[in-house]
Design a protein around this ligand. Structure first.
Ligand SMILES: [Zn+2]
Length: 357
């Protein structure tokens, strides 16, 4: 017998499962009775909520980045936890999303109905995140998925190829007496870049935010090639891993001459280099690309799909053409927003357009 699906609502505050009293990465602080699932610690997914369900790494990152106190339910991957909300009882199981360390999908069961919320995810293995594993959710009733790179032109080259190109870029710059700057968001991407330099024998200098967050990875057992903290006096002749803002920092004069490279999935667009005002751009992403988004839906085989973030309308259309019942949550956000400097100033540390406030 068919059971009714779990009710999903979406408005300016974000995605909610109202019968369960559960928000999924809401855009606004939730201080009331409801609980919040926080999929990962990128700034556009976190907030000063009252009660959160999350992984241990995400809780640690949030403490460093946000401070404050919350009621925390730190759940290990793969272990169901039961919650009640009024008369409703539901079970939530966190599954590794492969996006950054601690990033989780939420598999939710209520009264015989099932729902998978992906948060940000990546199918290809990362050097700095747990491998994605969503087998438990196959055949779920409802899938709510991110579609940041949900257009066919977003097809990423193999990460090993990109990592080799980044190492060549650094070696050539150092050989020419130029300081290479690898610009990457401080949580997730910096650690992926750092791990990708292992074995290359390059001297590495890590800038402040990335170093602070990398130490949490290290405390959790992750290993990286040797690096030293940024120090202006010893900065030349080193590979610098720092935030995108470094490209416009007064520090640059201390490092000159420099050669800068932005590390982002948006680099599959050849205009990316010019729009970020950098010398090179390398398409290393912590998101699924278009072919993997399609592959993911085929593997999950849900009854109903809601798309969220990025190319929501376009990807929902793609899915309908493939025979799925798919619908966009919210408006389509334009890639062009991301690729100009004014918009970049509004970007979060994630790889996507900012969500509406
Ligand atoms: Zn993210």
């Amino acid at each position: 017998m068919d059971v009714p699906p779990i009710e999903v609502t979406y408005d300016a505050a974000g995605v909610c499962l109202p019968r369960l009293g559960l928000w999924l990465d809401p855009h606004r602080r939730q201080a009331g009775a409801e609980r919040v699932f926080v999929s990962h610690a990128h700034a556009d997914h976190t907030g000063r909520h009252r009660e959160v369900i999350l992984t241990d790494p995400t809780a640690r990152f949030m403490r460093v980045r946000l401070g404050g106190q919350r009621v925390e339910h730190r759940l290990p991957f793969g272990q169901p936890r039961r919650f009640t909300n009024g008369g409703a009882e539901f079970t939530i199981t966190l599954l590794p999303a492969g996006h950054i360390l601690g990033s989780a999908m939420a598999f939710i069961e209520n009264a015989g109905a099932t729902l998978l919320y992906t948060g940000d995810f990546k199918l290809q293995p990362s050097l700095a995140a747990e491998p994605c594993d969503f087998a438990l959710a196959r055949g779920c009733d409802t899938l709510i998925m991110e579609t940041t790179f949900g257009r066919p032109q977003f097809c990423f080259p193999p990460a090993a190829t990109v990592r080799a190109e980044i190492i060549t870029f650094c070696r050539e710059a150092l050989a020419a007496g130029v300081t290479p700057l690898l610009l990457a968001y401080s949580l997730g991407k910096s650690q992926e870049v750092l791990a990708g330099l292992a074995g290359a024998g390059l001297p590495i200098m890590l800038h402040y935010d990335a170093r602070k967050l990398t130490r949490i990875y290290e405390r959790l057992g992750w290993q990286f090639p040797a690096y030293e903290p940024f120090a202006a006096a010893a900065a030349r002749g080193k590979v610098h891993v720092g935030p995108p803002s470094l490209a416009r920092s007064p520090l640059l004069a201390r490092l000159a001459p420099t050669r800068s490279a932005m590390i982002t999935g948006w680099a599959v667009d050849p205009r990316c280099r010019f729009r970020y005002g950098v010398d090179a751009a390398f398409p290393l992403s912590d998101h699924a690309d278009f072919p993997d988004l399609v592959d993911f839906v085929k593997q999950v085989a849900p009854k109903k799909v809601f798309t969220l973030h990025g190319s929501t309308v376009e990807f929902a259309r793609t899915l309908r053409e493939l025979g799925y019942d798919a619908q966009a949550l919210g408006a389509d956000e334009q890639l062009d927003l991301v690729l100009n400097r004014n918009a970049e100033a509004r970007m979060t540390d994630d790889e996507r357009n900012p969500k509406p406030e």
